[in-house]
Design a protein around this ligand. Sequence first.
Ligand code: SF4
Length: 925
Amino acid sequence: MYYWAIHFLPVWDFLRRTAYNAGMGDFIEAQAAKSTSQIDQWLLGGGRVVTASERASRALVSAFHGARQAEGLTAWPVPNVQDWKSFARASWEERAAEQGDGRLLLNTAQEEALWVEIAAQDRSLATLLEGPRHRLASLAMEAHQLLCSYAPRFLAKTGRSAWQQDAAAFSGWLTAFDETCNSANLLSPSRLPLELIPMLELDSSQRPPLLLAGFDRILPLQRRLFDAWGSWQEAAPASATAEVHFHAAPDAQTELAACALWARRRLALTPNARLLIVTQEASACRGEIERAFLRLADPGAAPLFEFSLGIPLIQVAPAHAAQLVLRWLSAPLLEDELDWLLSTGLAANTDETAALQATMRALRQRGMERTQWTLDAFLGQHLASAMLPAAWVPRILQARRLLQATAHRRQTPLEWAELVPELLDAAGFAHTRPLSSAEFQAIHRWQQALETCGSLGFDGRRMSWTEFVSQLDRTLNETLFAPESRDAPIQIAGPAESAGLTADAVWFLGANEDSWPANGPLHPLLPPDVQREAEMPHAAPQLDWDLAQAITNRLLASAPEVHFSFGRQTADAETRPSRLVVPFAGPPEPLPAELSAPDTPTPQTETFEDFSRVPFPAGKAEGGSSVLTSQSQCPFKAFATARLAARGWNPAESGLTPSQRGQLLHAVLHSVWAGPPDGIRTSDELQDLTDRKSFIARHVETVLQKEMPRAAREQMPRRYLELEEKRLIRLVGEWLEYEAARAPFTVAGTEVDRNLDLAGLALKLRLDRVDRLNDESMLVIDYKSGNVTPSSWDPPRPDDVQLPLYAGFALDDEELLGGLVFAKVRTGELAFAGRVGDAAATLFPGLPKNNALMKNPLTAEMLLDWRDCIQQLTDDFLAGKAEVDPREYPKTCERCDLQSLCRIQEHPTQFEDEDESENGEAADE
Ligand code: SF4
């Protein structure tokens, strides 16, 4: 086999452009040339190189090709480089084929499926549920692998006879596993080296000598296998580095920021430099690391870093989207899953995606959100069916029909795996949107995961569609995906994955006493004394120490400049420097000044004072009185909601939301006071009701039948709905009891609509209720089930202008205002709260003077102040005043959904002082 070179590059140019392992940069010329040339010479001499990992193997192959290109060759033999696992597997397969060994070598999913089946037969509490059963099976598989690698003598059943408790349970599973493998002619990959050793010992043929590269530790089993192979040796380690630093940062965030700043400065000085960041938190803190490095990147530029370790495939958009489409054909999706799926543009073409998203928005705006959406529920909404894209509906239905034709059967995994592409094809998945290179690779990887699931029929098992989809979910979770390397100048890797990598400079994060050497628990399914005796990972502190020391030595030899760092303070404790690093690097020093990140990063935007205003063209504004309420709370909020139609996004809840409960209460009270034929209108009629409870129950029942949101009716148990009905009957009963004590009144209207024109601003108001009092004046009422206070109407910036607006501008000329009140319909807190001209005469006879309604009566000055304030707010809105200026920071913002639009978090300090002064003045009733 020959590799055909297409480009010709000077060798060091090539090496600089490719990867660390290739021995790049000036350092590599001087320092790593020794090991590179040793490997090169070994390969040219016909030897074979075995690496610790696939990644190290790829890098060596790449370096070899680069060197041949640099020599001006156009063709050369493929270098004999294999990672450890591929080496063992290929060697076994070659000999097994010769000996006619017909056993099936299991893949990971197949082996795990066997362990799951064995664990399920245990029938203990821990294996009853699917999740714990799979976790236990995976632990058992791991324990089996440890025994194979470290203590193969315990693979014999007799060796485990004294094991107790969990170890004894595992021992039983292992016996069952062995019996299954023997009877079904199967072989676990963990056993492969053990099988290979005697084969090699019996085979006297000549084999190429082995050179081992990138091994931090050679396991006893590996050593036995290499001995059986014949001649082998380890690649000579490079000599130790020249310059080592150890930094102490105040905390982990500062440490990470300093590392990112160092990397940026290093690349600014030497653009071709290759930097290696080593961290044990590469997976757990991936987001924080990404943010730290992106923060210092030039805006719009491609990231200068990449992680060597992939992320679970299920977290990669195309794979996750395909999985959601498959699940949706037979089961509900969570609301946020559906939102996400529709946002990817993979479930439909561009126009259809926009229409589907608009449908979801419209459903929410009408309060029809659900926590879960089945396909039927989504397609069956009257509103949705009118808005859904015409071509998408038949496609998704066709996919579902295809599935339904077989979904009731138990099929082989292979049959399900073959059906999946047909289903996605019918649904039009990823048909029109162009895929990026990374997405294309992810889909390719997803297809491989699908094939892996299809291979689960190896023992003739059949499964339901639901079981197959769950299995695919698990496989996607366990499959790591990383797009092909972009050859970024900063590589971020874990200590183990960094094996075989070299760079111009290395920074090791988290070198504190608790984390380095890394420690971990003993394996829960193996006896501790067996683990200690066999020197399994984490069995003794000395073992962890030795491994960490080997990795540290290797890192010190992999670059001319190596930095270690740690944060003195973690979330809950102070930490000390790693005792392993101090002997190499000396005691840690505080971070140098040039690596102290600025408190606030350099802004990437130009700021300027924007005094421009875009006047509102006279006419109707959506939102009624809330337009002016918003203008008072925060001018930007009014601008965004009334002029840009911006809306918050409230997640659906399983039961009724507080807002839906409030709407139902309003509807019942509206029904009660709607007048004949079913309702009442006056206090006399209220007094005359002979059976008030039955009267209320009838209204509640009618309202719930008409108004209960469909999602709640379908999803909530009947008992929940009955309790909701009882709650409403009780609450409305208590409220009518309260109103029965009032002075005589007549309800002039409920849900009263009024159209207002304020200097050209047309608003449509709707008021809950207006009563005519015993002195013929009008009482304006707003029902509230939350905690409210009339001080929210106080100028100059009222928190709510609805009632003052109605009282000041919406009454007919001949109507006299008697008062405006919130009707607080809350259990245990039933009351009118507001401003009334003479509450003792018109509302509750004999009301004590210290009652808030008496202490703060409605006055002409109040009305004038409200009027002026509302006129000012109207003028401001019409003039286009749209500053981000919350009335009471942060309280006002906490009740607002527009933070992502106004970006208040970017400038919170600007408002904090105002908040303090306003808090001092605030005085609620
Ligand atoms: S979050 Fe605060 S600042 Fe932003 S629009 Fe809402 S009220 Fe105004």
